[in-house]
Ligand binder design. Structure first.
Ligand code: G3P
Length: 213
């Protein structure tokens, strides 16, 4: 499973890229607004750190998405154009596939939306599991259903688990065979840690203090 970071913070991307585990970044307008930095320089800085950077179009009509997406794709070969799961978005996904522009479909909340995006030509679909959990549904059930369909249909579209809330979500996504998981920085920094690792290392080091004499 590929690991992406869900952020618009370049320092956070650089920090985790240095671990040697980061395959990409997903941004969205809310994350960009939170950082308060200009969009294009942010995307370009991230493209220097990782091979996949999702940049979301803000147009809602096909022509507008087409124009924005073509512009983003011209910035850097690592850009993946993020398109919302709407009828206009489906038209844009189809157009971008034809143009060899890589795409990620955002705001996917059902199996049928996932199927349509894949049929239209999306390279990636992003089901939002945390937001389903937030309304009392079981977000991971959607991933299980999508992976079941993918096993039958053999789409070449990668399933990216988005809206991750805690480390358990990452392990669950991997167990279900998802292709990609996009993880917020605060969750990412929890992944390397385990209390028994800390206790074990402390003991190794204190024992070594006695052994080396
Ligand atoms: O990037 C899309 C998605 O991961 C958003 O997550 O936490 O806003 O539901 P969240």
């Amino acid at each position: 499973m590929k690991l992406f970071m869900d952020t618009a913070n370049v320092d956070h991307v650089a920090a985790v890229a240095a671990w040697g585990v980061l395959d990409g970044v997903t941004t969205n307008p809310s994350l960009v607004a939170k950082e308060g930095k200009k969009f294009k320089p942010t995307v370009l800085a991230m493209c220097e750190l990782v091979p996949n950077v999702s940049a979301q179009v803000t147009a809602t009509d096909f022509e507008g998405m087409k124009k924005q997406g073509e512009e983003y794709a011209s910035w850097h070969a690592h850009v993946v154009v993020k398109v919302p799961m709407t009828v206009e978005g489906l038209k844009a996904l189809h157009y971008f596939r034809f143009k060899n522009i890589r795409t990620n479909t955002t705001l996917v909340f059902s199996v049928n939306q996932a199927i349509l995006a894949a049929k239209a030509g999306a390279n990636i679909i992003s089901p939002f599991i945390g937001r389903l959990d937030d309304i009392g549904e079981e977000g991971m059930d959607l991933i299980a259903e999508i992976m079941e369909v993918w096993n039958h249909c053999h789409f070449d579209t990668e399933v990216l688990v988005a809206s991750i809330r805690h480390p358990r979500h990452v392990a669950q996504a991997a167990r279900l065979g998802a292709h990609i998981c996009t993880i917020p920085y605060d969750v990412f920094t929890k992944l390397p840690n385990h209390t028994l690792t800390d206790v074990g290392l402390k003991k190794f080091l204190s024992d070594w203090e006695r052994a080396k004499k």
